[in-house]
Design a protein around this ligand. Sequence first.
Ligand SMILES: Cc1cc2nc3c(=O)[nH]c(=O)nc-3n(C[C@H](O)[C@H](O)[C@H](O)COP(=O)(O)OP(=O)(O)OC[C@H]3O[C@@H](n4cnc5c(N)ncnc54)[C@H](O)[C@@H]3O)c2cc1C
Length: 470
Amino acid sequence: MSTSDVSDVIVVGAGIVGSAIARALAGTALSVTLLEARGDVGDGTSKANTALLHTGFDAKPGTLESTLVARGYDLLGAYAEQTGIPVERTGALLVAWTDEERDALPGLQDKALRNGYTECEIVDAAEVYRRVPDLGPGALAGLTVPGESLICTWTTNLALATDAVQRGARLLRNARVLHAEPADGHTTLRTTAGDVRGRWIVNAAGLGADALDAEFGHHRFTVTPRRGELLVFDKLTRPMVPLIVLAVPSSRGKGVLVSPTIYGNVMVGPTSENLTDRTATDTSEEGFDFLLSKGKVLMPKLFDEEVTASYAGLRAAIDSDDYLIDVDAAQRYVLVGGIRSTGLTSGMAIAEHVMGLLGGTDLDLEPRADLPDPPRMPNIGEVGVRPYEDAGRIAADPAYGRIVCFCERVTAGEIRDAFASTIPPADLDGLRRRTRVMNGRCQGFYCGAHTQALLEARGAEDADDVAAVR
Ligand SMILES: Cc1cc2nc3c(=O)[nH]c(=O)nc-3n(C[C@H](O)[C@H](O)[C@H](O)COP(=O)(O)OP(=O)(O)OC[C@H]3O[C@@H](n4cnc5c(N)ncnc54)[C@H](O)[C@@H]3O)c2cc1C
């Protein structure tokens, strides 16, 4: 990396938010660098969430978050169609289990209206059971939210980062910012990959945003890592959960949901636990027991089937209950903080908002006329046709007929393609996020060794293939 280069803008953090901002900035003539501490894009909070495309029906009306979630819903929905990010429009049903919760439904419907969402309807218990017959006994009523949808968070992050790079942004991975030294005309970021300079810095560092903010002399917020743990059930359970079953929110949060996943499983979660350790993405016995006790009430039959995986993500919670987005034109510094539990949905709208705020500065944000088309992402969701079931594709390229991961039906062709892509995976976990390999019920027991060999050969199955991908 040349240390003499000064980018017009450096975006710190290649999660969904930073990638969306880098993509938007790279749509202009500005030179853009996207810096990521980890070895891959999308390896922070953006990889471990409940992966719902939210309508924003339950956001706090009047907040920036409410506006940007609603806008992000439309922007990401349209972008998903352009790029092939898997989306499944299942809708959601919020279920009341107590008289108090039933009494709260009209207020929630009104809140949805105040957020500009008009589609919610209150339904009686018979309708609740008609829609979700396997729900546990005792449901009293429900509120429908037809627009809530499933989306692939992994592909979303990768598509945005790929688009940014294809538009000309420079991506630097394994580049953790340790210090920022603002000076005349530019800031020098001291990173684990050397010094990087930029005229403007955008802080989209998620759980690390407060530490980076302090480097610019601010002490305006503290990030509290709020852990959310989730259980994933075997694919056999998918027919039991035709849509997203939400809890009535309380002062303690949104509660535990039961939802299909975009990969054909069912999940229960998340928990909500404030921690101090910003790396604590391990799951816990307490979290498992809590989800078991809650989930067995929601859908006892589900718990007759196997839990095949569990995972946890950390929300970047801050003291305020709204996003904290601020432009400091004097320092040429942008803070994008507190993107706690809706950033997957709102990421593209946050980018649009940041571009709007930068409009009055010395940055020339005129869109470029020569933009490449957005990338077309491989489909790893269950909604569309996957390569293993596409006879024409297999006939044209037999690698799509060679299954590597039998649980998730991932083929050698998809693994090869991942390594040949604009942002190839750095490790097994990155390969899993791009293909679903090792993500099934055996968790890599059967395909782990083969996948590791493919990782070492960068997806190539034989010497000819090695030559082709290198
Ligand atoms: C349990 C859970 C469930 C959720 N469910 C949903 C949902 O259903 N729908 C929804 O819309 N949202 C959901 N969210 C929220 C959503 O996942 C987040 O808002 C979003 O992923 C935040 O993206 P980000 O880019 O801000 O953060 P991240 O993805 O964490 O990205 C920040 C990046 O910055 C990097 N970084 C940090 N410090 C530095 C540094 N010093 N130098 C360089 N890089 C650095 C990190 O490595 C990281 O990759 C959920 C979150 C959780 C935890």
